[in-house]
Ligand binder design. Structure first.
Ligand code: FAD
Length: 337
């Protein structure tokens, strides 16, 4: 049975640094401890929340329930077939430490996802992505506790229905599964993805980098562009980039001829939310303790002492000005609790 802490502070468990508390907190280290929890807390009728490192969560208020922080650790190479590898990793492993370890071992594929904050167990939830690579591109399967069936299950990529910053864990079944382990498909031969715009520019002098060099370049770009949550509380991109149909993109282009876009595989037009926020005049804007980051307006920052409500109110004002100016409703990427 894991220790259950009472009236527990979540300040060090969310990257916004919001001083929220939870009535109960437990960090089960294995499946036995996790299933023991179900005998002591009624998940069917009482509120609960699963967290990793809290880098995509904004606590608006204290949490009147049980916060579960899965503590399963370990990295196991479980299959080798020619160049292909399958590696199973515990949910509590830190994402970037896992990427560093894989790259050092010569298990390639995750380099572009370097320095994304958070844990391995949370990566499937919003199908994390950066610099032209998504979590799903190297996904094998995952193991999770299914609270509906009351048993441990294994889910394939098709079952997880990964999409742009989404999956069943975020869309169809939030709260149903507690992810305990993730298996990755990696390769002993590097197949580097270098064609993402800002990456191309940064790699100008090194046209055929090694995977470790690519990782270092990505870390350096991210450190230049994004605020470190240890200095300024934030949860990375606050909003998703809106995906619109061609007709909407073309009508926006009449009034805003310079509007940038990327076309996705389904023919949708992805408009950078950072551009919309900047054109609406909210780049580097600050109200009290909350503001948009001057180098990347998609990131909302707690400059110190902000409450969760202040951050939410600030984000709502951004949504309103963007909707008024462009007729597009920004959807949150961050989970507001
Ligand atoms: C500076 C900064 C930069 C970022 N850059 C990126 C980026 O480039 N790309 C990107 O995709 N994201 C980015 N993010 C967002 C964040 O890093 C990811 O969403 C990450 O996966 C969150 O991990 P976490 O462990 O902190 O999850 P948490 O914030 O703790 O949880 C996130 C969600 O997952 C659920 N969850 C957590 N663990 C589990 C589990 N074991 N089982 C079931 N559900 C669970 C939670 O309930 C919550 O809904 C950034 C964040 C920051 C602060």
């Amino acid at each position: 049975m894991p220790a259950i802490r009472k009236n527990f502070s979540l300040k060090d468990h969310n990257s916004f640094g919001i001083d929220a508390r939870t009535a109960l907190y437990a960090a089960p280290e294995n499946i036995e401890q996790l299933s023991d929890l179900f005998d002591h807390y009624d998940f069917k009728t009482q509120p609960y929340l699963v967290i990793g490192e809290g880098s995509n969560i904004l606590f608006k208020d204290d949490f009147e329930g049980l916060v579960v922080n899965p503590g399963m650790r370990g990295v196991d190479l479980i299959e080798k077939k020619g160049e292909e590898l399958l590696v199973r990793v515990g949910a509590a492993e830190n994402w970037d430490q896992w990427v560093a370890h894989a790259t050092q071992q010569g298990w390639f594929g995750l380099e572009n996802l370097s320095l994304i904050p958070g844990s391995v167990g949370s990566a499937p939830v919003q199908n994390i992505g950066a610099y032209g690579v998504e979590f799903k591109d190297h996904f094998g399967w995952l193991e999770a506790w299914d609270l509906e069936q009351q048993k441990q299950v294994r889910l394939t990529g098709a079952q997880c229905r990964f999409g742009y910053r989404t999956s069943i864990f975020k869309a169809e079944y939030p709260g149903r599964y507690i992810i305990t382990h993730v298996a990755f498909r990696l390769n002993k031969k590097p197949h580097l993805k270098l064609d993402y715009g800002p990456l191309k520019e940064a790699l100008f002098s090194s046209r055929s980098p090694s995977p470790m060099e690519l990782r270092k370049v990505i870390i350096s770009i991210r450190q230049q562009k994004l605020p470190d949550p240890r200095d300024f509380g934030n949860a990375g991109s606050f909003f998703k980039n809106p995906l619109v149909a061609r007709t909407i993109y073309e009508s926006l282009k009449i009034n805003f001829p310079e509007i940038p876009h990327f076309q996705d595989a389904n023919g949708h037009f992805k408009i950078p939310a950072a551009w919309l926020i900047e054109k609406a005049g909210w780049k580097g804007k600050r109200i009290g303790n909350v503001g948009t980051w001057p180098k990347q307006p998609l990131v909302i920052v707690n400059y110190g002492g902000a409450s969760g409500k202040e951050v939410v109110d600030f984000s709502e004002r951004i949504r309103n000005v963007v909707e008024e100016k462009f007729g597009l409703l920004l959807e949150r990427e961050v989970n507001v609790i």
